[in-house]
Design a protein around this ligand. Structure first.
Ligand code: G6P
Length: 614
């Protein structure tokens, strides 16, 4: 949700800011803007509706000089996407320019006060209210900008990461955060700031993650100063980034999404490296083993997540209940945080989040923490807010995911959940040796099997042409493949805007079967498992009503292929890991349908990769 970038140093700021915005565009892409202080100390703000490229086009003939600047790419919350609502916003005097990621919840109350004091507003945003408010505090209290920000932050309710330029102080950027992420890169005589490290990595690998309710005072040529809201100086913790630039490029693929789909055999290798050993016939997930007692004594596990991560959580529920015999509940983080859940000290709460920044998941973690439960994080982004807020955890190590629709993060999450379940099951002695061994062998074999699935690319591409203009889809699956069906439907609706619903195959009789006719494609996941025969009956029910069935089957399954209209064969695996295999053809099908329709696959309308507002 919104990307922010800043630069202060010896180089021209504009090219660095534009490049940074493009790297952050996955966070929001309905409008963009930049503020630059030029060499004559003029504060120039340029904004444009649309993509960062539209902004570049619109400023082509303008003065973009200056070695200090801030920039923003927006995902609209307050006010429609247009030039006026785009950030940065000037203060009333036009001396300050501010960018903001997050939501100021009490902005209406503050706006009323400012209106009474004859402030005028040019936009419908909460952000413009904030910049006017900071200037109002600065003037009425006669304090410097840093102090004004501290006072303002004490009064605003909500989430924010902000950066501000002051025309009267051309050698300084002030930045602050609460709930929304903010990273500062430290170069030679220069500083970079951004919502995440992706715009920073090509300049420096030294970063500081600003913590909640901290303010960074970045002065040209001076060491950075971090203060809390009560003005007490904090010692900055400098971390070294591990990602590299090539991970952020498309590597010859037309879209990040298809690159990330194809990366999965390798990302699973990276995810299990050093954790799954076929030689030792063991799984070592250190986050779990370091807190063995917690898992041995756990009475219940609650998994909180949103979106695709929630689908991975449903698979985790199957794995943990099946293998560890611990009751598991899966909750949408957004519901959990507001429903006064019953939590005990013997509960373990697992938070799953690719970005590690999803506002609802972070809030669920904070709520669970307050109850004394042990919190375990499963994140991709190293050093992210959720990774830092949890008591322990495991990274999925699949590398940066840029396509807004999650693919490799999903299979990485399921892989970590598989290793977590195996580790706990072994410690609790709830798994037979024979099954433990065969699951380890199978998990290690998944990357090769994924490669085989990816070889079906052309078949799925051809199939996509038949269904490009369908208006509705149903995805069916049972057991471990039910969450895979939900995920397949989510992929399709996210990127192709075709209405798609995932359903447990047997539940279809209780409603969705009424929708079945010759126009309704049904994707049935019917790989061999405990309830394979039952799934076949469900497919027969669809065929009896003239539905068109695309079946995902285990290699060599003539039975289903004879009933279904189209078949995609995938390698056989154990049902525990079925979604790791089933997910890939469904990702490819959604991808090619969206490409055929001419949709913006990596940046679908209305969506954002990192949802830092609730
Ligand atoms: C957004 C993204 C989804 C993602 C969800 C949860 O909606 O578009 O792809 O699954 O947020 O994000 P998280 O980073 O917490 O996994």
């Amino acid at each position: 949700m919104c990307g922010i970038v800043g630069y202060i140093g010896t180089q021209e700021a504009y090219p660095i800011l534009i490049k940074g915005l493009k790297r952050l565009e996955y966070r929001g892409y309905d409008s963009a803007g930049v503020a630059l202080l030029n060499h004559s100390n003029e504060l120039n703000v340029y904004k444009a509706k649309g993509k960062v490229a539209d902004l570049e086009y619109s400023v082509a003939s303008k003065d973009t000089s200056g070695t200090i600047g801030i920039a923003h790419t927006r995902w609209a919350t307050h006010g429609e996407p247009n030039d006026a609502n785009a950030h940065p916003h000037y203060s009333q005097s036009s001396n300050l320019a501010l960018i903001h990621n997050g939501i100021i919840e009490n902005y209406m109350v503050i706006k009323q006060e400012l209106l009474r004091n004859e402030y005028e507003f040019k936009s419908s945003t909460d952000t413009e209210v904030l910049v006017h408010f900071i200037e109002y505090i600065k003037e009425t209290n006669n304090v410097d900008l840093c102090r004004a920000v501290q006072i303002a932050m004490g009064e605003v309710v909500g989430a924010y990461a902000i950066a501000i330029l002051d025309k009267n102080n051309p050698d300084q950027i002030i930045a602050a955060r609460k709930s929304s992420p903010l990273v500062i890169g430290i170069g030679e005589d220069e500083f970079f700031l951004a919502s995440d490290a992706t715009p920073i990595i090509e300049y420096t690998d030294k970063v500081i993650y600003i913590k909640d309710e901290e303010i960074a005072v970045i002065n040209r040529g001076c060491p950075i100063k971090i203060l809390n809201m009560t003005d007490i100086e904090q010692t900055p913790e400098i971390k070294t980034l591990e990602m590299n630039l090539s991970q952020l490029e498309k590597g010859g693929y037309p879209h990040f999404m298809i690159k990330e789909i194809n990366e999965q055999p390798q990302t699973i290798v990276d995810c299990i490296r050093g954790r799954v050993s076929v030689e030792a016939m063991d799984v070592i997930l250190s986050g779990v083993l370091d807190h063995k007692d917690k898992f041995l004594n756990a009475k219940r596990i609650i998994i909180v997540a949103c979106g695709t991560s929630w689908h991975a959580a449903l698979i985790g529920e199957h794995l943990i209940e099946d293998l560890c015999r611990i009751p598991v509940e899966v909750e949408y983080a957004s519901e959990f945080r507001y429903r006064n859940p019953v939590l005990n000290k013997e509960d373990i709460v697992i938070a799953i989040s690719q970005s590690g920044e999803t506002a609802d998941t972070l809030a669920a973690v904070e709520l669970a923490k307050a109850s004394g439960a042990f919190i375990y994080g499963i994140c991709n982004v190293v050093g992210s807010s959720i990774a830092r807020a949890t008591d322990a955890g495991s990274y999925i190590h699949v590398g940066p995911e840029i396509g807004v629709a999650s693919t490799k993060a999903f299979t990485g999450q399921v892989t970590v959940l598989s290793m977590l379940a195996l580790t706990i099951a072994k410690e609790r002695k709830t798994i037979e040796k024979e099954l433990y061994v065969s699951l380890i062998n199978e998990l290690a074999a998944i990357p090769e099997k994924m490669k085989k699935v990816l070889e079906k690319n052309e078949i799925i591409k051809d199939l996509s042409k038949i269904f490009t203009y369908a208006h509705n889809f149903i995805y069916l699956g049972r057991g471990y493949n039910y969450p895979a069906a939900l995920e397949g439907a989510l992929k399709l609706k996210e990127i192709s805007y075709i209405h798609a619903e995932g359903y447990p195959a047997a539940e279809m009789k209780h409603g969705p079967i009424a929708l079945i006719d010759t126009e309704m494609p049904v994707v049935a996941i019917a790989t061999t498992d405990r309830i394979y025969e039952k799934t076949i009956s469900n497919i027969q029910e669809i065929k009896a009503r003239k539905g068109r069935v695309i079946a995902l089957v285990t290699e060599g399954d003539d039975v289903v292929c004879n009933i279904a209209d189209y078949c995609i064969e995938v390698p056989k695996t154990l049902e525990y890991f079925a979604p790791l295999i089933s997910a890939i053809p469904l990702q490819l099908l959604a991808y090619y349908i969206a490409v055929n329709k001419g949709c913006n696959v990596d940046q679908p309308r209305n969506l954002a990769k990192s949802v830092t507002v609730e």
